[in-house]
Design a protein around this ligand. Structure first.
Ligand code: PA5
Length: 434
């Protein structure tokens, strides 16, 4: 049975062909993915990861998480892009609003704000903390700077020896600056496998260590991913929602819809949006091709972006995530004088009101020529998060191959770095800005 339901009834009238008509192409690409013969084929390790992940290392993840919870009040997770967004998306997806966890997770190295880092250093002054520094290349500027600053804090606080016991590094198996520093200092190290790229690394220690440390049941995440792996291991579009989603967005793209918005009606989905944008944006946007991926949180953004979506340029479609059971709820109370005129909703759960907002918005956007793909997930739990991660990863690879781009590189990201290094006077970049 599908854990995620994909409903295309709103979209079909916008398509020039049925997504199922792409079955032959899907079969070919599926073979390419599983036999690892396509573009970027040395980065397809994530495909089998839910089955083949390193079980011994996972045990170390569980032990390290326990140790971190014992030794610290705060875990600072340092990383950017694929070394940041998966864990952040998982934490938010599974977050219980206003509940304070025993271990607080904070992020650093995901931008270059000096003001943020200064305030973080200040915040950590009276708290016991540990660091999980994550970088596959080990040379990314943002996390490298943050690590240098926070390591200094840790060493000043605890002394070099004890600081070593509080630093956990997640990096390449045998190379890179972070690898060398970690080896040299004897930090506990976790591996990002060679054949798993940053944005496909949530189900490695990159995502699993911070999530487990925060108290999330990562065994359930892996179980969800494994079930998704099994479900999407055959290409038949009748039973493979990941490929059906990819085929549908491909047809929409070819029909002139150049922007896909991922839309949710629950705040827990906001960082899943951010992770998804990186996954699809960095994987597909190359060779002057690819959907531009954007996102919105409704109904909040119906009061901002809503106007554009309804009546702006018609180059958009939406993928809406609906959550069947959101857990706790409130009923709209009755008031005797009904001055705010809400008594027509008395006794109705807010989840019901939210569901009608979703339905009404989909109808309005359909009338405004914005097609809606509807994805329904059962609830916010660890199993569903793992399943959803794998669903999108598989869909992303299929989508990128459908437009003949290499899903696993990101050559365009280097352009800004070269200029920045030249402006900063880094050795070797002297002639870049001429
Ligand atoms: O998906 C990717 O490969 C990138 O977004 C990287 O995750 C990001 O640039 C961070 O790289 P690193 O982990 O090497 O510091």
């Amino acid at each position: 049975m599908a854990h995620i339901e994909l409903n295309l009834s709103d979209v079909r009238s916008f398509l020039s062909a049925e997504p199922e008509s792409l079955q032959k192409r899907v079969n070919e690409i599926h073979k390419t993915i599983h036999e690892k013969t396509g573009l970027g084929n040395d980065f397809l390790g994530w495909v089998d990861l839910p089955k083949t992940y390193d079980k011994e290392e996972y045990k170390r993840v569980l032990d390290a998480a326990k140790r971190i919870r014992k030794q610290s009040q705060v875990l600072v997770v340092i990383g950017i892009g694929g070394s940041y967004l998966g864990a952040k998306a998982g934490l938010e997806f599974l977050n219980v609003p206003f509940k304070k966890n025993k271990l607080e997770i904070v992020f650093a190295g995901h931008h270059m704000s000096g003001s943020y880092l200064a305030k973080l250093v200040e915040y950590l002054k009276n708290k016991r903390f540990s660091i999980n520094v994550i970088s596959k290349s080990g040379t990314t500027t943002e996390p490298a700077i943050a690590f240098r600053v926070l390591k200094k804090e840790l060493e000043e606080r605890y002394g070099k020896e004890e600081a070593k016991n509080r630093i956990y590094s997640t990096t390449d198996q045998k190379r890179g600056a972070l690898y060398t520093v970690s080896k040299e200092n004897g930090y506990e190290m976790f591996v990002i496998p060679d054949d798993v790229g940053g944005r496909f690394s949530v189900l490695t220690p990159v995502g699993l260590l911070p999530l487990e440390a925060s108290g999330i049941n990562t065994k359930q995440i892996l179980k969800g991913a494994l079930d998704a792996y099994k479900r999407f291991s055959k290409p038949n579009l009748a039973n493979n929602e990941a490929y059906l989603y990819a085929a549908t967005r491909n047809l929409l793209y070819k029909s002139g819809k150049k922007i896909e918005m991922l839309v949710g009606y629950e705040p827990n989905l906001l960082f899943l949006n951010e992770w998804w944008k990186q996954l699809f944006g960095e994987s597909e946007g190359k060779d002057h091709k690819g959907l531009f991926v954007a996102s919105a949180g409704f109904s909040t953004d119906l009061h901002s972006l809503g106007q554009y979506i309804q009546e702006g340029e018609r180059h958009l479609f939406e993928t809406v995530i609906q959550v069947s059971n959101t857990g706790d709820d409130v009923m709209v109370p009755e008031e005797e004088n009904d001055l705010d005129e809400l008594n027509y909703l008395k006794g109705k759960p807010l989840s019901f009101v939210n569901a009608q907002a979703l339905k009404g918005t989909m109808m309005a956007h359909h009338d405004g020529e914005v097609p809606n793909i509807l994805l329904t997930i059962p609830t916010f739990d660890a199993y569903t998060f793992g399943y959803l991660v794998y669903f999108f990863e598989k869909a992303c690879a299929m989508s990128a191959y459908m437009i003949d781009v290499n899903p696993f590189n990101q050559p365009g990201v280097e352009a800004y770095k070269k200029n920045m290094f030249a402006l900063l006077g880094k050795k070797g970049y002297e002639n870049i800005l001429k």
